[in-house]
Write a protein that binds this ligand. Structure first.
Ligand SMILES: [Zn+2]
Length: 329
């Protein structure tokens, strides 16, 4: 259905593009954060990146046409894996079917004929929380995305930190204290994500099951090789003591790392997003206590710990749109 001219005239829009290894979503988002229309493309169906970009552009034009918003769109925001915000290129993405580097910002800007802002997934999540979520109105906060890996985004004085070559805030690869020597995909040991990603949580669960064979737990009835962080979360929902201990340890590691992050970012809050963050109620107490115990007195007891306030299905699109609107405020 077409929006009335008056309605469209009052409102400004951004095109939002969430590029993922399996699906890519294209949507129109109003400045207030309402998703007006969305379409899904299968990323892997496109043999080369140019035909993919053409499909995204024609989908975007069709969306703008059917909603009558063509004149009201201020630009396109993109969130993509391994995207270097400094160059607008996707670099070394293992998840995408095309060879890297991919000059995504340039290709999209040519195909769409409009301004394009592009960042990596974790930074898009930070922009989304700042525009529409838990960090709305905050100029200083740290975003941690807890999923397959651990991603970071740092909003400092109202700007997303990008760094010299676009790789600032790789917080998942900060090395934890007193680690067990867990190997990380980056080739080093004891990175934060080896403890606080989905697979990190599973490793902790397996370790406890092995270390305390007499500790009864519903996790023992499951296929241990197929165990997921969601299983550990569900067991904790049922009051399973061993599962609760897994989350306590996860929160403790996270809080200790956040204590260090506070010393360089002086944030108002930490915001947690992603599949593992759904277990927030299970690890928030340990997280807070560990942060307050380990942080310098300047930050101890003064930084909020918040779960994402965005619907997980909409967060990436809202984040991409916020890249366009946040810049103008
Ligand atoms: Zn690492």
């Amino acid at each position: 259905m077409k929006n009335s001219a008056a309605e469209v005239g009052r409102e400004r829009y951004a095109l939002a593009i969430d590029l993922g290894g399996t699906n890519t979503e294209v949507a129109l988002v109003s400045r207030k954060g309402k998703i007006t229309g969305r379409r899904r493309l299968l990323t892997r169906c496109y043999g080369d990146v140019r035909s993919f970009v053409e499909a995204v552009a024609s989908t975007a034009r069709e969306l703008m046409d059917t909603t009558g918003t063509t004149e009201s769109v201020e630009g396109a925001g993109v969130g993509a894996p391994c995207l270097n915000a400094a160059t607008g290129c996707i670099e070394a993405a293992t998840d995408l079917p095309w060879p890297s580097p991919i000059p995504l910002r340039e290709l999209l800007s040519e195909a769409l004929g409009m301004r394009v802002e592009a960042v990596n997934d974790a930074n898009a999540a930070a922009a989304g929380e700042a525009g529409y979520g838990a960090a709305k109105g905050m100029k200083n906060f740290v975003m941690l995305t807890l999923g397959t890996g651990v991603g970071g985004g740092v909003m400092c004085d109202g700007h997303l930190l990008s760094g010299r070559s676009g790789f600032a805030a790789e917080l998942g690869h900060v090395v934890v204290r007193n680690g067990e020597g867990r190997p990380c995909g980056c080739g080093r040991c004891d990175c934060l994500q080896t403890y606080c990603s989905a697979s990190g949580v599973v490793t902790t669960a397996k370790k406890l099951l092995e270390e305390f064979p007499g500790w009864p737990s519903m996790l023992r009835d499951m296929d241990i090789e197929a165990l997921t962080a969601a299983d550990v979360s569900e067991a904790a929902d049922c009051g399973d003591g061993l599962a609760l201990e897994v989350w306590r340890r996860t929160g403790e590691r996270l809080g200790d790392a956040c204590a260090s992050f506070a010393a360089f970012a002086d944030p108002e809050a930490f915001v947690f997003f992603g599949g593992v963050a759904r277990a927030f109620p299970h690890f928030v107490q340990a997280l807070r206590e560990s942060f307050d115990r380990n942080a310098l007195h300047l930050y101890s007891g003064k930084v909020a710990m918040l779960p994402s306030a965005l619907d997980s299905g909409d967060a990436a699109l809202l984040g991409a749109a916020a890249l366009i609107f946040n810049e103008k405020e």
